[in-house]
Design a protein. Structure first.
Lengths: 217, 193
């Protein structure tokens, strides 16, 4: 067997590795926004500028990883009837502690993140991953899953934000890219603009990946 | 019964652990957070007065160059060389409190500058209320008879353009500025009676 064969074999083996499949799920196959349609509220609120999208994406990624890890660590102790409440308590305590830490030692970052923190706690993705994955998987896989889901969320946010920031302000990351005469399309900066762009994006991706519900005959 | 008991024990322990962690974190960070906020207030005021300082000597410079007057719990920070006066305003925005520092010229009517220190408005929309570029519109505007933040402002001396797409934040900001001005003006008149 030649060298090319080895590469092929490696690729085939990779496809059966658990971490690879978890990442693929989070980033593409079960993308939290496009396929699961979770986290839409925050996605509409913060995608009018690319910098907001990046900050929110990283914040959510961090919180998903940390909360999934905690849920996974105590998953055998959580009584199933009150698991939702437990997730909520874990998520909000974590976020509040992180916020206090930032305010004390990284004041500037805390100021820049100020408005996002509340939105992170209420992000359905955090709860969704705890319930759908972390509560039945060991810690190392939950970390991969949290990272992949968070990154899947982040890049969709950035895509939407790119379109909206260009149309609404003529800028990318506050750097002007459009001519001065660019007519600023204010509705794109507002929530309805987010609905349009996100809706069209989800439609395109689902059409390309043939991921839609088939009507039962 | 046994199952319920387990539930109650779990909730109790979870509550204990999380409150212990939160209380511990609060105790650890409280002083630093307060110190940070105090430093932020002082640097904001000194920037408004164009006083130069470094991170090392900001408290000394502040004590030397800014005079503080207090009446009824309301504090005024006065730059004695120009007569400019600053005070902290506070009120509720759409999603949470908006806190900031307003500096008035010596007539106590004309705005010299406004800085927003804390807000939780929608990022990119209402959040614009904290951006220096938007706040510079307030410089030179009169607080009397009352400040107005309107869509398509026509340039009256007491009128500022609203943030497009954030009508409710603009309205809330107008109300809280006017409300805090009224309270501070009453106190200011008594102090300088």
């Amino acid at each position: 067997m030649g060298k090319g064969g080895n590469v092929d074999m490696k690729w085939i083996r990779l496809k059966y590795k658990k971490w690879f499949n978890i990442s693929k799920d989070g980033l593409v196959k079960n993308n939290q926004i496009v396929i699961a349609v979770l986290g839409i509220c925050s996605a509409l609120a913060v995608t009018n500028r690319v910098e907001n999208a990046i900050a929110m994406g990283l914040g959510v990624t961090f919180v998903v990883m940390a909360s999934s890890m905690t849920v996974s660590l105590i998953r055998n102790l959580i009584p199933s009837r009150i698991r939702m409440v437990t997730y909520m308590v874990i998520i909000s305590s974590l976020v509040i502690m992180v916020q206090m830490f930032l305010e004390a030692y990284f004041f500037d970052i805390a100021k820049a993140l100020g408005a996002y923190v509340g939105l992170i706690i209420t992000n359905c993705i955090v709860m969704g991953r705890a319930e759908a994955f972390a509560v039945k998987n060991p810690v190392r896989y939950t970390l991969i899953d949290g990272f992949a889901s968070g990154m899947g969320y982040t890049y969709v946010l950035i895509l939407v934000a790119l379109v909206r920031e260009i149309l609404a302000f003529g800028t990318i990351l506050n750097v002007q890219v459009m001519p001065d005469a660019w007519p600023k399309w204010v509705v794109m900066a507002m929530a309805p603009g987010g609905f349009f762009v996100l809706g069209v994006l989800i439609w395109i991706i689902r059409e390309l990946s043939k991921n839609f519900e088939v009507e039962m005959k | 019964m046994k199952h319920n008991l387990r539930l109650i024990i779990f909730v109790g322990i979870m509550g204990l652990i999380t409150s212990f962690l939160l209380a511990g974190m609060d105790a650890l960070t409280k002083e630093r957070i307060l110190a940070n906020q105090e430093a932020e207030l002082k640097t904001t005021i000194m920037k408004a007065y164009d006083i130069s300082y470094t991170l090392a000597n900001l408290h000394e410079v502040f004590d030397e160059s800014v005079k503080i007057m207090t009446h009824d719990g309301l504090s005024f920070y006065i730059d004695e060389s120009t007569g400019y006066v600053s005070y902290v305003f506070e009120g509720s925005g759409v999603w949470g409190p908006i806190i900031g520092v307003i500096t008035l010229q010596s007539d106590f009517e004309t705005i010299a500058s406004i800085v927003v220190l804390q807000q939780e408005e929608t990022p990119g929309l209402g959040g614009i209320v904290a951006e220096a570029k938007y706040l510079s519109n307030f410089n030179g505007i009169k607080m009397v008879p009352s400040l107005e933040i309107n869509k398509d402002a026509r340039g009256a001396p007491n009128e500022v353009n609203a943030i497009s797409g954030a009508t409710r934040t603009s309205k809330a900001f107008e109300e809280l500025l006017n409300e805090s001005y009224a309270r501070h003006k009453a106190a200011w008149l008594i102090l300088n009676g």
